[in-house]
Design a protein around this ligand. Structure first.
Ligand code: ADP
Length: 259
């Protein structure tokens, strides 16, 4: 069944990993997908793979932290499609420095991509969603957008916490126009963030601890997550299955935050 048949979705950071899994699943469900990434080569590879599978996709080079890039993306969407049904703000970067170890430049980069990028995405997508008569925004936060962790990754935690609350701001502000905005909070994944493994299911041993992660026993389900499982939750939030879901934090963490 195509949960997104005939719809247009923009997925940022879709050149690898979780964003790639989201773009491919959305295309499998009938969406035309704008595969947006700062890494053009990876974005084009994902588009080729979607087209090989009979889906529709187009690659766009986008640095989510730059407003000019979003303006260009909006022009492309308006010219080629007219309106937008769904935005997944997935692009992200991470650093592990604590508050006292972080540098001004390091802080700035993470906050620019992970928080300012989400704000800019919503700022420019909302008029297109409005033109569509409504739609859905999925902002990828983290379990570290709601808890403090081990005192490391200060900029990442701050940015993701910002995403969590900015999502609710959008849910309240644009809900009256039929635009649903929700945050997605992945927990510990089999495939760590970063360029190491570029296939969504190039996941390692499901019980091997991620580099900064807890032992697998800390996860009630007794295993780490897969990119495809985050993508399924994004699909739910994007689709009409979630037609009355607005402003929620959806944890995809095997129960880690509940423990
Ligand atoms: P994840 O585990 O979330 O998949 P990755 O680091 O593997 O993490 O993937 C993040 C994606 O976001 C990559 O494709 C990367 O190129 C992309 N990305 C990083 N920074 C930006 C940016 N400023 N604008 C757009 N995409 C970005």
């Amino acid at each position: 069944m195509g949960l997104l048949s005939g719809q247009l979705a923009v997925v940022t950071g879709a050149g690898r990993g979780q964003g790639r899994a989201e773009a491919e699943l959305f295309a499998d469900h009938g969406a035309s997908v704008v595969v947006a990434d700062v890494d053009t080569e990876n974005a084009e590879r994902v588009v080729a793979s979607i087209r090989d599978g009979g889906g529709e996709a187009v690659a766009v080079t986008l640095d989510v932290s730059e407003e000019a890039g979003w303006e260009a993306l909006v022009r492309t969407v308006e010219a080629d499609y007219g309106a937008l049904d769904c935005l997944v703000n997935n692009a992200g970067v991470a650093r592990s420095e604590s508050i006292t170890d972080e540098t001004v430049d390091g802080w700035q980069h993470v906050v620019d991509v992970d928080l300012r990028g989400v704000w800019l995405g919503m700022k420019h997508a909302i008029p297109l969603l409005r033109a569509n008569g409504g739609g859905s925004i999925v902002n990828v936060s983290s379990i570290y957008g709601v808890r403090g962790g081990a005192g490391d990754s200060a900029a990442y935690h701050a940015a993701k916490g910002g995403v969590t609350v900015l999502t609710k701001n959008a849910a309240v502000g644009y809900g009256p126009e039929g635009i649903r905005t929700n945050s997605l909070h992945p927990g510990y994944m089999r495939r760590p963030m970063g360029p190491g493994a570029d296939e969504p299911e190039a996941d390692g041993d499901e019980n091997a601890a991620p580099s900064h992660g807890p032992p697998v026993e800390a996860v009630p389900l007794g295993r780490f997550g897969r990119s495809s499982e985050v993508a399924s939750a994004a699909l739910f939030l994007a689709s009409d299955l979630a037609s009355y879901v607005n402003g929620v934090e959806l944890y995809v963490d095997g129960g880690y935050l509940a423990a």
